[in-house]
Design a binder for this molecule. Structure first.
Ligand code: GMT
Length: 375
């Protein structure tokens, strides 16, 4: 099949999932065309089956806001025609599903019928999409997609609750390449990050408010009083400065390292003992799954779709959002002795296998085939 994938190219979960899906589809013989405003961060290699098309939006002084949707839908029309695309798969409803629908309608005028699959990722529904500013357009684009998928059952329920949805929603969970992560990296340089006898705790996110990075620091503050440990903070975003201030206020500067964005999170997770994800909302929690596949147990909130990934008492623990004290106690329970830690590590990696790429990508292929037959 020839598939055009529309996504955000940045370090966000939806962009990562879209990119990994495109790469996996290309390995399975499909021709994949990424359409976005910058080359996706995880798309290092372009090959015969992977193409990247940049959407350009020239600055024009009259426009206070440059019309990205217009440029994207025009680009999609041109690419579908030029490359004979079979399917449009848009990740993140805003504005991709809207632009995709417009492209579909323009192509229809020319007698070209192209189905659109929309994958909902989370904030496009829970934080941004349900705002009255956007809600009618988001509901319209969802209802006019040929297939709609959500990355967890929790997100499906949120979508049905927040919008007037007439379209069926298929749950296709996020995935991970279980075979690709090898926690026995020869260059797993633990000693660069922590002293002998110390545990390593990690948090990875885009440091937006919804991630509650201040909670991460507070939880670590309590854990390190009981268990000698270091905290690695990976990512960039608006809450980083506040987090650094809190680290200074708590006198933790020599125990907390801010590493910025990383393209090599496996190299950090390979020596991590615990992952903290106290998010306010999380449709799935891809970062938790990436930790688990690298044998890192997860102490998290029970928000949204996280319980579908992190199993309470097995791969880590779940607490109510903001319950810092309980999350710290759970962290101490896991890190307190080697036998318990090893058990949680084994469980985390085993349960990550439920989301193996080889199980999930065929689900998307089935949906593509279903929609093509229905055309
Ligand atoms: O919150 C993020 O980390 C970014 C955000 C995005 O829009 O890319 O992630 C969302 O999609 C990910 C991939 O499906 C999910 O794993 C995240 O849970 C989800 N984030 C939220 O729902 C807050």
């Amino acid at each position: 099949m020839k598939i055009a994938i529309v996504c955000y190219p940045t370090f966000g979960g939806s962009g990562v999932v879209a990119t990994e899906l495109g790469i996996a589809l290309s390995h399975r013989g499909h021709e994949v065309h990424f359409v976005t405003y910058k080359q996706p961060v995880r798309l290092a290699l372009l090959n015969d089956n992977i193409h990247f098309h940049e959407v350009n939006v020239p600055d024009y002084a009259l426009f206070h806001y440059q019309p990205y949707e217009l440029a994207l839908s025009s680009k999609l029309v041109n690419i579908v025609k030029k490359h004979d695309i079979d399917i449009l798969h848009v990740h993140y409803a805003i504005p991709h599903a809207y632009a995709g629908y417009m492209a579909k309608m323009m192509l229809k005028e020319e007698g070209i019928h192209i189905p659109m699959v929309t994958t909902l990722h989370g904030t496009d529904i829970t934080l941004v999409g349900s705002h009255p500013f956007y809600r009618p357009a988001v509901a319209f684009s969802i209802n006019n997609s040929d297939v709609v998928t959500s990355v967890s059952d929790s997100l499906k329920q949120d979508t049905l609750r927040l919008f007037d949805i007439t379209q069926e929603i298929d749950v296709v969970p996020n995935f991970i390449d279980v075979g690709a992560s090898d926690s026995s990296f020869t260059d797993c340089q633990r000693d660069l990050m922590a002293d002998e006898g110390e545990r390593i705790i990690t948090h990875i996110s885009n440091f937006r408010k919804v991630k509650r990075v201040q909670d991460v620091i507070e939880i670590f503050h309590r854990i390190q009083l009981e268990v000698p440990s270091k905290l690695l903070m990976v990512g960039e975003g608006p809450e980083r400065e506040g987090a650094e201030e809190l680290v200074a206020k708590l006198g933790l500067e020599d125990k907390v390292k801010f590493l910025g964005n990383s393209n090599e999170i496996d190299k950090i997770l390979c020596f991590s003992d615990l992952f903290l994800l106290p998010s306010e909302a999380e449709s799935f929690g891809l970062a938790a799954l990436e930790a688990m596949v690298n044998r890192v147990p997860v102490v998290s909130s029970n928000a949204g779709g996280i319980p579908e990934v992190n199993i309470d008492g097995v791969t880590g623990y779940l607490s109510n959002v903001g319950n810092i004290a309980e999350m710290a106690l759970n962290g101490i329970r896991i890190l307190g002795d080697d036998t318990t830690l090893e058990k949680f590590k084994d469980n985390a990696q085993r349960e990550a296998g439920r989301f193996d790429i080889h199980k999930v990508v065929p689900l998307y292929e089935e949906l593509y085939e279903r929609v093509l037959v229905a055309q």
